[in-house]
Design a protein around this ligand. Structure first.
Ligand code: MF3
Ligand code: CO
Ligand code: CO
Length: 268
């Protein structure tokens, strides 16, 4: 057996691991539905973070981002030209903003990870279009994969759709395997690359799909001051959605489906 096949076997969850991941995803989705009620004009991202933190610890769970590689808060909040990893602070959401809220919790040692972009009040046509594109790209990618698919089928689906709408796909930040670790193999790029053409999605694997779609060019800039916030280089808008997925023998199972959020086919 090849070395990479051996390390891959550890990624394949049996019945017990799958149930743990279902429970983690389910809690994380409930957390998203809880935060959702607080997203409105005037709320600060720090107040949203406080809701995330309190609900998580009240249920005996742990916010995965708090202290992760030094990240200071319990979720990421990324407004307008922020692509990802925005740090909650005293910034108020304003009518017309789009904000991605990315939640990751640890439930009994296992991770749930998802994000949604929220449109605050009435947004511009472009804000709605880029949000819709990120949402549709994520669902198209989920629908494109079967057990035995290669990872690059995800990137193929996302790039084709984003480009058809005149938008671009971020490359520096990618989806990832998920389990007892927050980030583990396989890498899930949202564009096809050489490695992703050689990696298969097998029953029992858990991973995220989390495309970041830019209204302008795909290029990014990391904030030098805080070391976390990633913005579009051209300052135009960026949107993202993320689900945690379990590949089963019958196809992909979304572990982080919300009750109150947008479902596949939703029109923003
Ligand atoms: N939740 C993000 C992801 O989807 C990772 C955030 S890491 C942090 O992978 F440190 F920035 F919080
Ligand atoms: Co993720
Ligand atoms: Co995430």
């Amino acid at each position: 057996m090849l070395q990479h096949e051996k390390s891959q076997r550890k990624l394949l969850l049996g019945a017990d691991g799958r149930e743990k991941m279902r429970a983690a995803g389910k809690f994380n989705a409930r957390l998203m539905d809880t935060v959702r009620q607080h997203v409105r004009d005037g709320v600060t991202t720090a107040e949203l973070d406080q809701v995330v933190h309190q609900f998580t610890i009240d249920h005996g769970h742990t916010p995965a981002t708090l202290g992760y590689l030094g990240f200071p808060k319990s979720c990421c909040t990324s407004i307008n030209d922020v692509i990802c990893h925005g740090i909650p602070d005293d910034t108020q959401l304003r009518d017309g903003d789009i904000v991605n809220i990315d939640l990751t919790s640890v439930v009994d040692g296992w991770h749930g990870d998802q994000s949604e972009t929220f449109i605050v009040g009435g947004a511009s046509e472009e804000a709605v279009a880029v949000t819709q594109a990120a949402f549709d790209c994520m669902h198209l990618a989920i629908s494109a994969i079967r057990p035995g698919s290669v990872v690059s089928e995800i990137g193929d689906a996302i790039v084709a759709e984003a480009h058809a709408r005149g938008f671009s796909v971020v490359r520096e930040y990618v989806g990832h395997g998920l389990g007892k670790s927050f980030h583990q193999p396989p890498n899930i790029p949202h564009f096809p690359d050489r490695k992703s053409k050689q990696q298969r999605l097998l029953p029992g694997m858990c991973f995220t799909i989390e495309p970041m779609i830019n209204a302008g060019t795909r290029f990014t800039r990391l904030d030098k001051q805080d070391g976390w916030t990633v913005r579009t280089r051209d300052t135009r808008l960026s949107a993202q959605f993320e689900h945690s997925i379990l590949m089963t023998e019958d196809g992909p199972e979304i572990l982080t489906l919300t009750e109150d959020g947008p479902q596949r086919g939703h029109k923003f």
